[in-house]
Design a protein around this ligand. Structure first.
Ligand code: HDE
Length: 716
């Protein structure tokens, strides 16, 4: 006889009880779980509800014989496992979601009849999914990439999906080019690499042949594409939408999400190392913040304008490669978004959530932006493919939270069919829902007229002016990062002609930038500037709102300090540092030679969060070294400890240290370069001053001394 397991497998290996979700209760058991094992835990059953006696051994003939097809439990279990995957999203495959609410600040009934904006203080449930674009589902979080910022608001008049990005412009002006853009950005089809990277020939080949992408190129080469946290990013609806009020009056609107904790990005070299040290860096950060009650928050702000205002620009507000600078049209905060709950199950919610730009409630409508109109077609299609049938709105994450009634029926996995005799309307049974001309969605009656043509309007022709405006709006450090990013990306491009084509475009944006990149790439002869459909405007004012550094938080709240400790650490000083950081609503994590912990100078034992190899400084916003002379002999020999310090320095982080840690600074090669960001700590006063400084986040002024960015711009 085959040996049977001692115990039914209805408990997990850790002994935790198996969590039974509401959904399973309804579907699996008809609402009642009446089967319990001797120890009170639910009995494991097949999906048909038959209790399972042995989940460890399949049915066989004799102890060493073949398996039997009678084993319906084995068959069902393996069949289900074989079908666990659904197609990952073609773009934005890697994502992470959270639940929360949107709170309306004040009634906007003058501009929109959208129910969600009628009452001050109203709270609307929300699900948000952040994502990268190019990488596959398992790619690393810190890829240089645009971040998706997709918001589903479950309003009382239907779901509103604002499917945006963390960058307010896009690469292309017409949705018909989207498949080409994405093909070019993702892995090359013959070799299936590189993964989650735009640093390859195909991407830059396409981009260099697509001048309309130049504004977006400036944004993606900026630090916006390597955010420190999903919590520290802006979000944008990108397109111009319409608000429509009860009198059918339309107002154009652009949507912005502003993070409460300010903007922050990491350095490129840091991003590369984070991807190795913690490929889930952004996921973990969001998870930790929400689980510890530090709920991320954004304000929703709008730019509202009418046709006359739109006509005052020489670009077109329907062109998604353009912004309206906030200095020209200030953003008006209209509510706040708070994320306060992680999904119970990643697949059920984050993977199965189906965002669709065409999900708009009454009072919100589309403009003629050709990219938006193309998207309105694409998203429904993609959900059918991904979720396998037309009933994906029956999934709890996609179902509206307001009443919904219609006569749609049947199809794969229908969980909600109409009851009663009438499944059509009009009907004279007096059954079922009816249209409501007064409450129903009314499309804005825009007047449209013209010939059927395939063309791009003249008003979409200026491809360089706003790219230049973005570049000149950046601080020196940010401009340096753009030059370094372009150099890095183009250095991975094998065909020299593609590099040169990009330099031709850069010449139309900023000559110095073009010259720096050309010089760093070792281009021998400057190519001529690209032919431009319209000359670059030199008179656009810089817009400080476009800089991350200018919009920095000036406080350390929500950030993380890594403290490197060792046996003999000054317990009092460590306590002072920890207290001050926590008072600033930031987090401290301890890194030690052994994760078990260290014995402090007062004999107390202090547990660590990481061993040095597992907690490199790239995981922290700033670091402090609190060691001891007794530990120094070993520490200076430890490559990971030297890297910890050297990386923090080259990534321009604030470094606090006690006297005994000086030899480590020396061994890391920075003792001769101490600057305002390297601060010796001996007591409470130094600590408060240091913590205050941390609000500046980085000492970018240090960068030219540690980076290639030092080279002064050559004359053109
Ligand atoms: Fe998307 N996009 N997109 N996109 N997009 C998708 O829908 C598409 C565009 C954005 O977290 C797909 O469910 C076309 C702009 C986000 O689930 C697909 C065009 C912006 C997400 C699709 C665009 C976005 C998507 C793939 C050119 C910023 C992730 C999977 C006109 C405003 C949503 C899916 C999530 C996802 C099509 C351009 C944002 C294929 C045709 C511009 C945040 O339908």
């Amino acid at each position: 006889m085959a040996k049977r397991p001692a115990k039914s497998a209805s408990t997990t290996s850790s002994g935790d009880s198996v969590k039974i979700h509401d959904q399973q209760l309804h579907r699996g058991t008809g609402g009642e779980l009446h089967q319990f094992a001797e120890d009170g835990q639910a009995v494991l059953t097949t999906s048909q509800g038959a209790p399972v006696a042995d989940d460890q051994n399949s049915l066989r003939v004799g102890p060493r014989g073949p398996l039997l097809v009678d084993d319906f439990h084995f068959r069902e279990k393996i069949f289900h496992f074989d079908h666990e995957r659904i197609p990952e999203r073609v773009v934005h495959a890697r994502g992470y979601g959270a639940h929360g609410f949107f709170e309306t600040y004040e009634s906007l009934s003058d501009v929109t009849r959208a129910d969600v904006f009628q009452r001050a203080g109203e709270k609307t449930p929300v699900f948000v999914r952040f994502s990268t674009v190019a990488g596959n589902k398992g790619s690393a979080d810190l890829a240089r990439d645009v971040r998706g910022f997709a918001v589903k608001m479950y309003t009382k008049e239907g779901n509103w999906d604002l499917v945006g990005n963390n960058i307010p412009v896009f690469f292309i002006q017409d949705a018909i080019k989207f498949p080409d853009l994405i093909h070019a950005a993702k892995q090359e089809p013959d070799r299936a690499f590189p993964q989650a990277q735009t640093a390859h020939d195909n991407f830059w080949d396409f981009i260099s042949l697509t001048p309309e992408s130049m504004n977006m190129v400036m944004w993606i080469m900026s630090d916006r594409t390597i955010p420190r946290s999903l919590r520290f990013m802006e979000g944008f609806g990108v397109h111009t939408f319409r608000f429509v009020n009860a009198e059918d009056k339309s107002t154009f609107v652009k949507f912005h999400w502003k993070p409460k904790l300010g903007l922050q990005s990491v350095a490129w070299n840091e991003a590369v190392k984070i991807n190795g040290a913690d490929p889930d860096f952004h996921r973990r950060d969001l998870w930790n913040a929400i689980q510890t009650g530090n709920f991320p928050e954004w304000e929703l702000a709008v730019q509202l304008f009418d046709q006359d205002f739109a006509d005052s620009f020489d670009f077109d507000v329907l062109d998604p490669t353009k912004i309206i600078p906030e200095e020209i049209l200030p953003v008006r905060p209209i509510g706040r978004l708070v994320l306060d709950r992680m999904p119970d199950n990643f697949f059920a919610e984050t993977e199965q959530v189906a965002f669709m730009t065409q999900n708009v409630p009454p009072g919100i409508d589309f403009s003629n932006d050709p990219l938006l109109q193309g998207r309105n077609f694409s998203y429904l299609d993609t959900q059918l493919k991904r979720l396998g049938g037309p009933n994906f709105t029956h999934l709890p994450i996609n179902a509206p939270k307001c009443p919904m009634h219609n006569f749609q029926q049947d199809g794969h996995m229908a969980m909600r069919n109409p009851v009663g005799r009438a499944n059509y309307q009009p009907n004279s049974h007096g059954e079922g829902p009816r249209e409501s001309p007064s409450h129903g969605y009314r499309h804005f009656p825009a007047e449209e007229q013209g010939q059927k043509v395939r063309l791009r309007p003249e008003s979409f022709a200026d491809h360089y002016s706003q790219a230049r405006q973005f570049y000149i709006s950046q601080t020196g450090a940010e401009q340096r990062h753009i030059a370094m990013a372009l150099t890095f990306e183009l250095s991975k491009v094998e065909r020299v002609a593609i590099r040169e084509r990009m330099i031709s475009h850069l010449l139309n944006i900023d000559k110095t930038l073009a010259a720096i990149v050309a010089q760093k790439l070792g281009i021998q002869k400057m190519p001529p500037a690209a032919d431009a459909a319209m000359p670059t405007r030199q008179d656009l004012e810089p817009s400080p709102a476009l800089s991350i550094v200018e919009r920095g938080p000036m406080r350390f709240e929500g950030r993380k300090l890594g403290v490197l400790i060792a046996d003999g650490v000054d317990a009092k000083l460590l306590k002072t540092v920890t207290k001050a950081v926590v008072a600033d609503k930031a987090v401290v994590e301890l890194i030690a030679p052994k994760v078990g912990g260290v014995t402090a100078d007062d004999g107390s034992f202090i547990e660590a969060h990481h061993m040095i190899d597992g907690g490199p400084s790239v995981l922290f916003d700033a670091v402090v070294l609190l060691t001891s002379l007794q530990a120094m002999d070993d520490l200076v020999k430890e490559a990971a400890a030297r890297d910890f310090v050297a990386d923090a320095f080259q990534h321009c982080k604030y470094i606090g240290y006690d006297q005994s840690s000086l030899p480590l600074l020396e061994k890391a090669g920075i003792a001769g370069q101490l600057d305002e960001g390297t601060v010796q700590l001996s007591g409470g006063k130094d600590v408060s001053a240091f913590i205050e400084e941390l609000g500046k986040l980085r000492v970018w002024g240090r960068e030219p001394s540690v980076k290639l960015g030092k080279a002064s711009p050559p004359t053109v």
